[in-house]
Design a binder for this molecule. Structure first.
Ligand code: MTE
Length: 323
């Protein structure tokens, strides 16, 4: 389902989120805040919605960002019904079917390794007050499909500063929750659980790298990695690990699930690169989900179009070797 396209000329100062009706997530908190009748009517009372937003953002403003693309975002329907989240199954519709069962409150994150402030923190305690921005980013999956997603989140570097990275640290690793009772994919040996991924510290500190806690200016849906996930827009989507419960600073390169599974097909870096094909398919083009009558393919851009911000990170590296 596509939204009406608003010609730019009529909306000179508005981002997409300003012209998009607020999507409603039929979750427990919304029910408590607005009542079943309001949901049935298709809208929450303004005050209840404001209270709910305050609860999620800590009353913070969500700022727009110069890093956002002006490409048209995919609809919420597309973003929440075509997912990779193997903890909930291998099919693109499995997360939509299964992920609502995930309990995301309370949520704790363990911070360990080479940090000044190690510990296990409640999510709000760990990230509360970090400046939230809307970042409308392209997402390019290694499987050669893509979307445009209006995330809300904060720059990872602001969290790294809060936890205090020790000077010896060179990498940051992340882990997803292991809870087979709620994650049917984890009852099967699809991957080696927990799902893990990581970045070089300078990649993690790049202003494009965010931790997302929202989407379309509402709390992150479970299918997209609630309550908090990584988003690294110049890398293939599998680097953007969902539902994070551990952040570890290390001197050594952290284990990354797909790289460990098949290092010949999935490199540690996994930067989007149309010139380096996957051993089993071309990466030169991509299929934009919901895009065009014939689902026609479009060229894939170097670093997914974020070259000007990130090319320096890889100066002097042979990108076909360090893929
Ligand atoms: N994180 C976890 N924990 N498990 C996963 O299976 N899939 C990855 C990534 N993060 C995955 C994950 C892949 S392959 C992609 S393309 C993106 O999430 C998809 O994000 P989206 O479903 O929010 O679009």
């Amino acid at each position: 389902m596509r939204r009406t396209h608003f010609p730019k000329a009529f909306t000179p100062d508005l981002g997409w989120a300003d012209v998009t009706p607020k999507p409603l997530f039929m979750n427990r908190r919304a029910l408590m805040a607005g009542g079943a009748a309001a949901l049935a009517a298709g809208a929450l009372p303004r005050a209840a919605l404001a209270a709910w937003e305050d609860d999620w953002t800590g009353g913070e403003e969500i700022a727009a960002s110069r890093f956002s693309t002006d490409e048209e975002p995919n609809s919420l329907d597309e973003i929440t019904n075509y997912n990779n989240f193997f903890e909930f199954g291998t099919g693109k519709e499995d997360p939509a079917r299964n992920a609502d069962a995930l309990t995301t409150e309370p949520w704790e994150i363990t911070v360990d390794g080479l940090v000044e402030n190690p510990g296990t923190y409640d999510l709000a305690e760990l990230v509360g007050g970090l400046p939230l921005e809307e970042r409308i980013y392209r997402l390019r999956c290694v499987e050669a499909w893509s979307m445009v997603i209006p995330w809300v989140g904060f720059e990872l570097r602001t969290l790294l500063d809060r936890i205090g990275v020790r000077p010896e640290a060179r990498f940051v690793g992340f882990e997803t929750l292991v809870r087979p009772e709620e994650m049917p994919g984890q009852r099967r040996g699809i991957l080696e659980w927990p799902y893990r991924d990581g970045l070089r510290l300078d990649e993690a500190r790049n202003p494009l790298t965010i931790m997302a806690t929202g989407l379309y200016r509402e709390p992150l849906p479970n299918v997209n990695g609630a309550p908090i996930r990584l988003v690294v827009p110049w890398k293939y989507g599998f680097k953007s690990i969902k539902s994070i419960v551990r952040i570890t600073l290390t001197e050594e390169q952290p284990v990354c699930t797909w790289n460990q599974q098949n290092p010949r097909e999935y490199g540690f870096y996994s930067n989007v690169n149309p010139n380096v094909d996957h051993p089993r398919w071309s990466q030169a083009t991509e299929r934009r989900i919901g895009g065009g009558l014939f689902n026609s393919r479009q060229p894939t851009q170097m670093f997914n179009g974020y070259e000007e911000y990130v090319a320096d990170l890889y100066a002097g590296m042979d990108l076909s070797e360090h893929f």
